[in-house]
Design a protein around this ligand. Structure first.
Ligand code: FES
Length: 137
């Protein structure tokens, strides 16, 4: 975590999302939610989903992390809007990193946070929808 490099090292879309994050915040009574920690650095992301007809209708997130973690959280939250939950389950960190214009080599791991948190939130949604005890909140 931290501002350990010049922002000039990042792609324009990374800077744009970091400075103007989309869909950040809280959601009351989400259909699926999860909090995930990045195994590399310990930064954390919480994702909350509203799902309707099997698709992501609304998304909110809260991330405590570095600029690329904030930027990829914002970018991924726009990316999956309207996606089916199966599409979200197939989302990879590579797709997020490529979509946002690439990340510096030592920051590629930062995009894993959004991918993992989104997939975990869908797993939580599936568990709730199936009436099983939710495994993450
Ligand atoms: Fe932790 Fe980027 S350094 S997510």
């Amino acid at each position: 975590m931290g501002y350990d490099r010049s922002m000039a090292a990042y792609a324009p879309l990374v800077i744009e999302h970091f400075e103007n994050p989309r869909n950040a915040g809280e959601m009351a009574d989400p259909d699926g939610e999860a909090t995930t920690a990045n195994p590399v650095c310990g930064d954390r992301m919480r994702v909350m989903l509203r799902v309707a007809d099997g698709r992501v209708q609304e998304i909110r997130w809260q991330t405590r992390g570095c600029p690329p973690a904030i930027a990829t959280s914002s970018f991924a939250s726009e990316m999956v809007q309207g996606w089916t939950i199966e599409q979200v389950e197939a989302l990879t960190r590579e797709a997020i990193a490529e979509g946002i214009g690439g990340l510096p080599g030592d920051k590629v791991h930062c995009s894993v946070l959004a991918a993992d948190a989104l997939r975990s939130a869908v797993a939580n949604y599936r568990a709730k929808a199936a009436g099983r005890p939710a495994t993450d909140a």
